[in-house]
Design a protein around this ligand. Structure first.
Ligand SMILES: Cc1cc2nc3c(=O)[nH]c(=O)nc-3n(C[C@H](O)[C@H](O)[C@H](O)COP(=O)(O)OP(=O)(O)OC[C@H]3O[C@@H](n4cnc5c(N)ncnc54)[C@H](O)[C@@H]3O)c2cc1C
Length: 406
């Protein structure tokens, strides 16, 4: 059996390894001069390759039941076992995130490359596939350079649209569209959000530990808690990435979602109000500006007072209760309109992709083109932040590699 895998990313390398282990003759085509460019950037260069808690609720797509066989088959335990077998010792961090004990994404790539080499996978770098054709015996794979290759089975692992500099720029969709596959609308996910507020520049770089909630038409859609970072364009940080999929989708549909940020957490508005009254009473001799120093980040004080139209020089003891209430309200419920996102260049994954109803969930073989298998981010499947996207890459790569080589 002669198999070509197109795309040397996470799912393509896994598919190549499994197919080669199963006895197939495997060639991996990668457009870049080396495989695994994106893998090196994962987890801030540390590669969060799976998570202690894996279930369907961490994944998204039009039909999420589609991933069940792949995810149950090559599950978290088998993933950890596989990586241990090639040299990667797991280490767990907050939120069940699992990294290599070296905390180096490069070590994961080194071990995958070593394993491909050991199993005799032929890696063809600088091989940008421009067209695939089906014939009665199998496939013809045509590079942009004009070179042609034939194979019995084909595995398409060209990734989605996130981080186009890594080689995943959505060109893979164009390889399967002529074969009849349809693509669900793609939008960036796990991406920073642009917010509307004329004073954002003044709080650029301020970090708070708090909650962010996405609100649409007064309904709470999703929220998350953790480190939030204000920037000159809006907001970033892990909780922002977690709510970004839905925020981007609403924004791209022409809606104006709101994000509500809690900069003082775990206290009700009334509790914060009561605390501020006490604080301003104790520090009544200070201006309200000085009286807030030590309670919230200093950089935020003036922009917030300005926003609420409160005179910064007024003595804390003389501040009207109505204004103390408004301050308390903003600290627990600060609303911003979402006016965009940082786009594909910053996104970590792709929401949308090849329609999964045209793929057999038990094998990942195309229902339209026999012998064609599809893996990873190019499919209409995406995961939350926390190792879920790589888990999908490994699980889908395993299932496709195994079935293509049977
Ligand atoms: C900055 C960043 C950090 C991330 N961190 C994490 C993390 O810590 N944990 C996690 O779970 N997920 C993370 N992700 C997401 C994860 O990396 C991806 O979901 C995963 O790599 C997708 O694997 P894939 O095999 O589908 O595609 P990719 O890894 O994107 O690989 C596709 C490959 O195909 C090649 N290719 C494309 N078109 C062609 C063609 N026509 N011919 C030949 N080759 C082609 C590309 O060059 C690329 O090498 C992160 C993503 C980014 C951008």
């Amino acid at each position: 059996m002669n198999i070509i895998v197109i795309g040397g990313g996470a799912s393509g390398m896994m598919a190549a390894i499994v197919a080669a282990k199963n006895g197939a003759e495997v060639t991996l085509m990668e457009r870049n001069d080396r495989v695994g460019k994106k893998l090196l950037a994962t987890g801030n260069g540390r590669c969060n390759y799976t998570n202690e808690n894996i279930n369907l609720s961490f994944f998204h797509g039009e039909d999420i039941e589609f991933i069940k066989t792949a995810l149950d088959g090559f599950n978290r335990d088998r993933t950890i076992e596989f990586f241990e077998s090639i040299g990667i010792t797991p280490a767990m961090e907050d939120g069940g995130k699992i990294y290599p004990n070296s905390f180096q994404a490069s070590s994961v790539l080194d071990c995958l490359r070593y394993e491909m080499h050991r199993l005799g996978v032929a890696i063809r770098a600088n091989s940008f596939v421009g067209e695939i054709r089906k014939n009665k015996d199998g496939f013809i794979v045509i590079l942009k350079s004009g070179e042609r290759f034939i194979c019995d089975k084909l595995i398409l692992s060209t990734g989605g649209m996130a981080m186009p500099v890594s080689g995943s720029d959505g060109n893979g969709y164009n390889l399967v569209k002529p074969l009849g596959h349809k693509i669900n609308k793609t939008t960036p996910a796990l991406v920073q959000l642009k917010l509307k507020w004329d004073k954002l520049k003044q709080i650029n770089g301020v970090k708070v530990v708090g909650e962010i909630t996405l609100i649409h038409k007064e309904k709470e859609i999703k929220s998350d808690y953790g480190d939030l970072l204000f920037t000159d364009y809006g907001i970033s940080g892990p909780p922002v990435l977690q709510i970004s999929r839905e925020a981007v989708r609403l924004f791209e549909n022409g809606d104006s979602p709101i994000v509500r940020i809690t900069i003082i957490s775990n206290r009700s508005k009334d509790e914060v109000y009561g605390y501020l009254l006490k604080r301003f009473n104790t520090l009544s001799y200070k201006s309200v500006e000085d009286a807030l120093v030590g309670f919230i980040n200093k950089k935020m004080i003036l922009p917030i007072l300005k926003e609420l139209d409160i005179n910064k020089e007024i003595l804390a003891g003389n501040l009207e209760k109505r204004d103390v209430k408004r301050l308390a309200e903003l600290f627990v419920k600060w609303d911003f309109q979402v006016i965009g996102h940082k786009g594909w260049g910053q996104a970590q994954t792709t929401a949308g992709g090849i329609l999964t109803k045209d793929i057999d969930p038990l094998t990942l073989e195309s229902k339209l083109i026999k012998g064609l298998y599809i893996t990873g981010e190019i499919l209409d499947v995406d995961g939350d932040c926390g190792g879920y996207n790589l888990q999908w890459a490994w699980s889908s790569g395993y299932l496709a590699g195994y079935n293509a080589s049977c």
